[in-house]
Design a binder for this molecule. Structure first.
Ligand code: ZN
Length: 390
């Protein structure tokens, strides 16, 4: 692989084994892999004078020129003072990932996962997905000139299914829920030719891609880390990316602290949040997941144990919130700040619950991640209003 000078390979978050860059999971223990770097000493002035993830090239696996990109990232960090007053903190910002090329944070992740796959000579990249990941995979595969296939559950939104096809991707809609789609994906990949490469959730280069959320956030705060970050969580891979990203920024000397990271989840599908609250090292599989927040309905998170490790190391926690509070958070969010759907509303509801529990200090700077454009989930918000007679 053609990687940057700082990138040494992959290392297991569970057992510390080092492995080469073509592995998806640790060959020794099956643990989640992350990038292993010789982190350079950096100053803001030494970073490339570009916008977007390429600015953080010294902390990334691939150079800007070698990256399959659609100009993802460089999303705004929008201040929401009204919510800061409500939560009783110094300031609240929404990191609005809805403003990515396919309107989700998944673009950052699939950019690097598809780059890695293309460098391995992939003819086709495949992933199971609740929807947005399959859409991003199709978009980045098209950009790289390779084929793609998404495995989505029947409840996946029409918008995602349509755009997978519009990007020229193949798709299999699996009756049932996310885990059914993931099982079918595993079966097809096991029988597939060598040219098929998995970029499924938990993939190490997805995690590498998520790190740029941390780099940009600190950069926009003049290279100070926020005190707390609340992230709507499904598989947990972005939590791992956030924590490792903020760690790398501190190790390089760009920042002098790291934030507490909180995983916000719908209470019927709170595998990671519940395990974090209980101090468990592994999430328990959710038997009957049932939330209106489709992107977060992940009963068996692909990066669960690694995410719990990251939450613990950051000094953060998990928070589980009801679908009702999530929808209220989403609609209130749209009135106070950038458009948030049910997924982003999970961060707002989570932050409210954390504030009630005394998790924040009055001088805290709190960042809420909005992973998906609110308009992608308009039908959920509209039916919520209708249920209230509005
Ligand atoms: Zn391992």
């Amino acid at each position: 692989m053609e990687t940057t000078a700082a990138f040494r390979g992959l290392i297991c978050t569970a057992c510390g084994a080092e492995t080469d860059s073509t592995a998806d999971r640790c060959p020794d223990c099956g643990g989640v892999l992350v990038g292993d770097y010789d982190v350079p000493d950096l100053t803001p002035e030494a970073l490339p004078d570009v916008t977007g993830p390429g600015r953080y090239e010294p902390l990334r696996p691939f150079s800007g020129d070698a990256t399959v990109t659609l100009d993802e990232g460089a999303t705004p960090l929008v201040p929401v003072p009204e919510l800061a007053d409500e939560l009783g903190v110094d300031s609240v910002y929404v990191k609005d990932e809805g403003r990515n090329p396919t309107a989700s944070l998944g673009d950052r992740k699939l950019s690097l996962a598809v780059t890695a796959a293309a460098q391995r000579g992939a003819e086709r990249v495949a992933t199971p997905s609740t929807g947005n990941g399959a859409q991003a995979n199709a978009a980045y595969a098209a950009r790289a000139g390779i084929e793609s296939k998404g495995f989505v559950p029947s409840r996946c939104p029409f918008l995602n299914k349509a755009m997978v096809n519009v990007h020229g991707g193949d798709m299999r809609v699996v009756e049932g829920r996310y885990d059914d789609a993931a099982s079918v994906s595993d079966e097809e990949l096991a029988d597939a030719s060598d040219g098929w490469v998995s970029v499924a959730p938990g993939h190490p280069f997805r995690i590498e891609g998520a790190k740029s959320v941390a780099f940009e956030t600190a950069d926009d705060l003049d290279w100070t880390a926020p005190d707390a970050v609340v992230h709507p969580t499904g598989h947990g891979e972005t939590l791992v990316g956030l924590e490792h990203g903020f760690q790398a920024a501190a190790e390089s000397g760009l920042t002098d602290s790291t934030p507490r990271i909180y995983a916000a989840q719908p209470d019927s599908t709170a595998a990671i949040a519940d395990a974090a609250s209980e101090g468990a090292s592994e999430p328990a599989t959710i038997e009957h997941p049932d939330t209106i927040v489709g992107p977060l309905e992940v009963p068996d998170p692909a990066a669960g144990a690694a995410a719990l490790d990251s939450l613990d190391r950051s000094g953060g926690d998990g928070v589980a919130v009801s679908d009702k509070d999530i929808l209220a958070g989403a609609v209130d969010g749209c009135e106070m700040g950038p458009e948030t759907g049910a997924t982003g509303g999970t961060a707002i509801a989570g932050a409210r619950a954390l504030a009630d529990d005394g998790a924040f200090d009055d001088d805290d700077v709190v960042v809420l991640v909005n992973p998906v454009a609110g308009s992608k989930e308009a039908d959920l918000l509209r039916s919520h209003l209708m249920s209230q007679g509005i």
